[in-house]
Design a binder for this molecule. Structure first.
Ligand code: NAD
Ligand code: ZN
Length: 248
């Protein structure tokens, strides 16, 4: 890894007033949760239109729920890796506003991050189609389609599907953090899913120093001040060690 880039990043971190991490599926890849593009993953067995659109759910809710129960199973088997752990630890040690994530796997929370904006929802939550209530639910299988214990309405996964709007409160909070940030780590995201990716570009216009960590160049590489093309777990594992030796 580029030692001067790593040191430069740590120096920026020391001086920063507000730090934010913006994460995508790649941060969980080393935890065993495959990204959209990884081969052999769930996404190879399904097309997005079949499982990740509101139309798909109305057409066949059972099929879509089965897909999300498989994703719950995958998330349950996975553990946070060094990248999730580093971000959780830094939240306590630096002026870290929090993590803005596109992931729904809950691994940031399991690593101990306290301040998280989940732009695309959470695989462990349900939302009632009738009364709108959002609740946590750890079921890994259903005998029949799940219904709301308050009103009896059909429950859907509390995730954002293609063609749907993001939650306005979550967006407001995420955008505020990112516009006020002076350092943003952009980790494991291809930067192709909008509007999430545009938050990084706008934060750059607001003056944020962008550190990208990804195994390959992405749509957001051109706005990055530093790009580290390595695995997120490896990069953050190294940072954690350096950080402990230089700050303790
Ligand atoms: P993406 O699949 O489009 O891109 C993943 C990125 O991670 C790629 O650029 C890839 O090069 C990079 N990557 C792969 N392994 C890496 C590693 N070890 N370290 C660093 N980078 C690595 O994912 P995205 O940008 O998050 O956007 C797509 C959508 O996928 C989001 O809406 C998200 O909700 C959904 N998704 C989430 C999960 C999850 O919750 N873990 C998994 C799959 C897809
Ligand atoms: Zn209800």
């Amino acid at each position: 890894m580029d030692a001067s880039a790593v040191q430069k990043t740590l120096d920026r971190l020391k001086e920063a007033q507000k730090v934010v991490a913006f994460t995508g599926a790649g941060i969980s890849a080393e935890s065993g949760i495959l990204t959209f593009r990884d081969s052999g993953g769930l996404w190879e067995q399904y097309s997005i239109e079949e499982v990740a659109t509101p139309q798909a759910f109305y057409r066949d809710p059972e099929f879509v729920w089965n897909f999300y129960l498989k994703r719950r199973n995958g998330a349950l088997k996975a553990s946070p890796n060094a990248a999730h752990h580093a971000l959780a630890e830094w939240e306590k040690r630096f002026p870290f506003a929090g993590v803005v994530t596109q992931n729904i796997d809950d691994l940031h929370a399991r690593a101990g991050s306290m301040h998280i904006q989940e732009l695309h929802g959470n695989v462990w939550k349900t939302r009632c189609l009738d009364c709108g209530i959002v609740e946590s639910d750890r079921a890994l299988e259903f005998q029949k389609l799940p219904s709301c214990r308050h009103c009896g309405g059909l429950l859907r996964p509390h995730v954002v599907w293609f063609g749907e709007e993001l939650d306005a409160d979550v967006v407001r909070a995420a955008v505020k953090w990112m516009h006020e940030a002076d350092v943003i780590f952009v980790v494991g995201t291809s930067g192709v899913v909008e509007p999430a990716a545009s938050f990084v570009r706008t934060a750059k216009l607001h003056g944020a120093f962008i550190v990208e960590v990804n195994v390959e160049p992405t749509e957001l590489s051109h706005v990055a001040d530093i790009s580290l093309f390595s695995k997120a777990g490896a990069v953050f594992g190294e940072w954690l060690q350096l950080d402990r030796s230089s700050f303790s």
